[in-house]
Design a protein around this ligand. Structure first.
Ligand code: 6PG
Length: 241
């Protein structure tokens, strides 16, 4: 695994979203069936909205790209807190063929939902991506405590090495609902991992991650390509490495 990270600092959230769209397009352009793992939270919203509008909407090869989710909150699918709903509302429902949208179903108990999503990922990988990493691109945000997806510091699932998807009974930060999360080995099964962090509120946690503190985000790396951090100037701790 390439443990080096590439850091790119841009002026503002709009520039970060634009750069992320460019990288996404590059990642999905050279494979017959592409797979992108989306992130929840507020950081990717600008990117998602950008993808749904001209000119990006016309550039993405929608019929060839499959969309997955890195983590979900155990709330009904139409709840405003649902990560899947956010992604669907922001762009998926308007742009992607329904058969290419693979969100985590919160309809069952979190443990069952985690097992079902792992089966879905395994089958997709086996059938659609033989000989390739599971994902072309994994998008991630960063929590104020250094969590990624729903893998929290010291929490359930962080040390998981065998399972691809786990249930997380307790989230230490809001929303305080159980979660379903891809694990670090599953997130690592990608050709590119792309973190998005914007705004001054992220600066302190960015400083801690870049200092190598033992946090979930510090251990998240792409196994088959680059790990890239896209920051805006406000989130840049000034010690990017
Ligand atoms: C979630 C997430 C989570 C998120 C970070 C950053 O369900 O909460 O997927 O990992 O990406 O907490 O969230 P913001 O982008 O809102 O700061």
């Amino acid at each position: 695994m390439n443990m080096a990270r590439q850091t790119i600092v841009l002026a503002d959230p709009a520039a970060v979203a634009e750069a992320a769209a460019r990288r996404l397009l590059a990642c999905v352009s050279d494979v017959p069936v592409a797979a992108v793992c989306l992130t929840g939270g507020s950081s990717p919203k600008l990117l998602y909205e950008l993808l749904a509008a001209a000119p990006w909407r016309g550039r993405i090869p929608w019929s060839r790209v499959h969309w997955f989710l890195g983590d979900e909150r155990a709330v009904p699918a139409d709840d405003p807190l649902s990560n899947g709903r956010m992604a669907r509302d922001a762009f998926l429902d308007r742009c992607a063929p329904p058969g290419n949208i693979h969100m985590i179903s919160p309809a069952t108990a979190p443990g069952d939902a985690a097992r079902a999503y792992q089966t879905l990922l395994e089958e997709f990988g086996r059938r659609q991506r033989p000989g390739l990493p599971l994902f072309d691109l994994v998008l991630l945000g960063i929590g104020p405590d250094g969590h990624v997806a729903s893998l929290f510091p010291g929490g359930a699932g962080l040390a998981e090495r065998a399972r691809w998807v786990v249930e997380v009974d307790r989230a230490p930060i809001a929303p305080f609902v159980p979660r379903i999360s891809l694990t670090l080995p599953c997130l690592a099964n990608t050709r590119e991992m792309l973190f998005l962090a914007t705004g001054e509120a992220k600066r302190d946690i960015m400083r801690r991650i870049f200092a190598g503190e033992n946090l979930p985000a510090t251990h998240a790396h792409a196994e088959h390509g680059d790990t890239v951090w896209l920051l805006d100037a406000a989130a840049d701790p000034g010690k990017a490495s």
